[in-house]
Design a protein around this ligand. Sequence first.
Ligand SMILES: [Mn+2]
Length: 321
Amino acid sequence: MAKNPLNGIRAKRVVITLHSLADLDAVGAAIAVQRHLGKKALIALADKPTAAARRLLSYTGTGTVQFPALSRERGDFIIVLDSSSLRLLPQLSGITPDLAIDHHARTGGEIASKKLINDPAASSTCEMLYFMLKPQDRISCIALLLGMISDSANFSYATPRTFEAASGMLSGCGLSYSSLRMLSHSPESLSERMEALRSCQSVSAERIGEHIIALAMAKSHEAHIADSLVHLGADLAFVGCVSEEGRVSARMRESLRGKAGLERIMAEAGKVMNGSGSGHELAAGATGEKGSVRDALAVCKKLAEQDIMHSEKARIKKIEW
Ligand SMILES: [Mn+2]
């Protein structure tokens, strides 16, 4: 087996950094890596993490600094976790990290790093780190397990390895599965839950052949809402969000796997917003300028329609023949 690059780092200081709006997978991974490396490692964020990620940081008593405010030292060893997208790592402009650990499929436009460990078959960066670190301590198990649950959409995109990692970490975390789930439950506050429910007013759904596409606008938690729309019956859901920036979150049901190219659709949605998009086969997102979120949603719908029509035509031809 290849040597674990997280062992034997000789630098005096290790700076662990994450994508913009760090989520549970990014922050969970950072917590475990920091605990593995000890005092010389610090977590330097691009900006404010998501609400769930902030909750995990405070629950685990993990301190962080802001990368832009960090006075960097020569010889710092820089590790970037859970992203390689230039657009999502503005703090690394002009910097080549020493090590990147990421589960996102390469789509182009990635940041160069001296060493890269990339496993698109893994549900999450936290799953990759479980097998790299085999953590024994309670806090690392909780952090990695929460990140993995979140990025696998509650095991919707799990593989046998995901369950193997979950089993190992659940034994190590000293909490029942249901208490652990309470820690990650999102949205949490009354106002967040109100916003999620109110965004239902904006939902529109359209039947394309044998499939349903749902669109919605939300003030926050767009990924959670897109997930909910798929649970409600959509094959494909796109949810736009206008905050300091524009975002679109997409979720797809297993029924469309291989038929609609979510990563490509999100890359196009990102271009419409003068930003970028990426993700996985069944879950992806795009960010950019807030003024063009609705245009981006329209493009998502059009491209998804094309993909679905194309796959259904192919199916009909096959039957006729
Ligand atoms: Mn991730």
